[in-house]
Design a protein around this ligand. Structure first.
Ligand code: URA
Ligand code: URA
Length: 208
């Protein structure tokens, strides 16, 4: 028997959220709030479901992402996809985005002014998605969220509460590409532990 559970509040919210989402998508596409817009080919809004439980936040688009308009599709992105899938997290369940939506020239770290200009987009994305867990990849998003200058090696793998959302910093996959060792305690080994933690917490939270 099919049972339809009617929840008008949820329905109305869904419609509102969809409208808001489309508005932000449109604003990002046309954005000229910082100088990064001058050299971009594509903006990279993010990819994944609007109701994802899990969100990954990177630094900013690289060359491949700038060409395609999709986050994490280059070498680092392929490694990220493998890491998720090794922990049985399917990439298409995750919303993936970056602190800045346009590529910084030569993949340099985004400047504070650029991150600030772009902040309201990430804020709005998080508000609409309302994920259970946020993973920030590398020091740039970690600084954005935690306003901390603590090095990524010190705080990766730790859980933080960010506005009530569980947040964990992990190494950036580009860093793992430069550090290929899998020995116990290596960045890859630690990342494997971290992603398993994320998967475990995702399952715990899902069963509540
Ligand atoms: N590195 C990032 O931080 N983000 C991407 O989308 C690609 C590479
Ligand atoms: N520096 C970063 O920005 N990210 C890492 O993951 C490691 C070093």
């Amino acid at each position: 028997m099919n049972r339809i559970i009617y929840n008008p509040e949820q329905d109305e919210m869904a419609e509102e959220k969809k409208k808001c989402w489309e508005t932000i998508q449109d604003q990002v596409k046309k954005c000229i709030l910082c100088p990064l817009h001058k050299e971009r080919n594509c903006t990279v809004f993010g990819e994944g479901p609007r109701n994802a439980d899990l969100m990954f936040v990177g630094e900013g688009p690289g060359a491949d992402e700038d060409r395609e308009g999709i986050p994490f599709i280059g070498r680092a992105g392929q490694l990220l996809t493998k890491i998720m899938e090794a922990a049985d997290i399917s990439r298409d369940q995750v919303f993936i985005t970056n602190v800045v939506k346009c590529r910084p020239p030569n993949n340099r770290v985004p400047m504070i002014e650029e991150m600030m200009a772009c902040s309201s987009y990430l804020e709005a994305q998080i508000a609409i998605i309302n994920p259970r867990i946020i993973v920030c990849l590398g020091s740039t998003p970690t600084k954005w969220f935690l306003k901390s200058t603590e090095g990524i090696s010190k705080i990766r793998g730790k859980w933080f509460s960010w506005r009530g959302i569980d947040l964990m910093p992990m190494f950036h996959p580009s860093y793992l590409l430069r550090n290929q060792s899998r020995k116990p305690g290596s960045p890859k080994d630690l990342t494997w532990q971290d992603i398993k933690e994320v998967k475990d917490r995702l399952e715990q939270r899902a069963s509540v």
